[in-house]
Design a protein around this ligand. Structure first.
Ligand code: SF4
Length: 333
């Protein structure tokens, strides 16, 4: 299998007090700090972590919406940069995004049908099917009925709006769909509908997906692979089965414990909720050694001064933790 998306040592640093500070190397926010990952065709990679861990910045970097500080992104073997040139526009039609808040993602002045037709008018003027007919067909495929086509965003429910966003993203038949918390702004009652729709569409259209979420229940349902981010870095990565059944990083274990249900096979070592200490540290002032150590119940003096390296612990499983052997074996693998 070849990777459709390949990211190597990707970094995005922001200056928090202007260019002078940036140049002097002070006050740098490392939103994404050396991420390497790849997604094979037809697979879904989930990126999980708390708010502010760098997930959404990753999405923007992958799509070339913002420039990287260092590192590379390749889509279908070609580099993706933030230069808005012809190559970028050609790649973008094959890489689409579904945003968290459908209302702000849509143009309030356009009907649902006009929003879905718009990408075809821009990118596919000479397509085989008339743009309006192609848009209507995709809208029906995502479960929108004909009576909704001429409605404006404020006349639609949250679930209907997200279906319009999905239809607009898929109408160009992209290879890669980047979903940034696609259900977190929806009512709980419609979240499952949208996830089931995404699952069906992924199979029907052979989509490759980058699925960004803080909700591990959804990630477990839809993703083949999982990457866990903390303070701009991936601290555990592997097949969803391995990572969620046998987590080897204390942070992953804590995230899983927060959603575990009684009797679930992937419950924690102690089959109980692990409460993380405090909030994530200020990303401008990342702790020394293992950046997770201020919140880690297992931290040792060694952890406070020595950053763990990424270690392969299985065929499709890597982790960055000094105590991974003890934790991984304790989790039942
Ligand atoms: Fe905790 Fe130490 Fe592992 Fe970091 S390296 S997660 S502080 S045990």
């Amino acid at each position: 299998m070849t990777a459709l998306l390949s990211v190597k040592n990707l970094q995005r640093h922001f200056s928090v007090e202007g260019n002078k500070e940036w140049l002097s190397g002070k006050k740098v926010l490392r939103a994404v700090d050396g991420v390497t990952l790849s997604v094979e065709r037809g697979k879904t990679l989930g990126i999980v972590g708390e708010s502010g861990c760098g997930k959404s910045t990753m999405a923007k970097l992958v799509l070339g919406l913002i420039p990287a500080t260092a590192g590379t992104v390749e889509f279908d073997g070609k580099p993706v940069t933030a230069n808005r040139n012809q190559a970028w526009r050609a790649a973008r039609r094959h890489m689409q995004m579904v945003y968290q808040d459908p209302l702000s993602a849509l143009d309030r002045r356009l009907t649902a049908l006009a929003q879905v037709t718009e990408p075809l008018n821009i990118h596919d003027k000479h397509g085989e099917t008339h743009p309006t007919l192609a848009a209507q067909s995709m809208m029906r495929a995502v479960g929108l009925t004909d009576n909704l086509f001429q409605r404006y965003p404020h006349e639609l429910s949250g679930g209907q709006r997200q279906r319009v966003v999905l239809a607009r993203a898929l109408v160009l038949k992209p290879s890669l769909l980047v979903c940034d918390e696609p259900i977190s702004a929806l009512d709980v009652s419609v979240q499952a509908q949208v996830i089931n729709l995404l699952t069906d569409l992924r199979q029907q259209m052979n989509l490759t997906m980058l699925f960004i979420s803080h909700d591990l229940r959804v990630v477990r349902h839809i993703c083949d692979e999982v990457a866990v981010m903390y303070l701009g870095r991936i601290i555990e990565q592997g097949s969803a089965k391995n990572v969620l059944s046998h987590p080897a990083h204390p942070y992953t274990r804590a995230l899983i414990s927060a959603v575990s249900t009684p009797g679930a096979k992937h419950a924690t070592l102690n089959a109980g909720r692990i409460i993380l200490k405090g909030e994530p540290p200020n990303p401008v002032d990342v702790p020394t050694g293992c950046s997770f150590h201020p919140r880690c119940a297992l931290a040792t003096a060694h952890c406070k001064t020595n950053a763990p390296v990424t270690t392969r612990i299985g065929e499709a499983h890597t982790v960055s933790c000094h105590l991974h052997t003890m934790i991984h074996h304790g989790s039942g693998s």
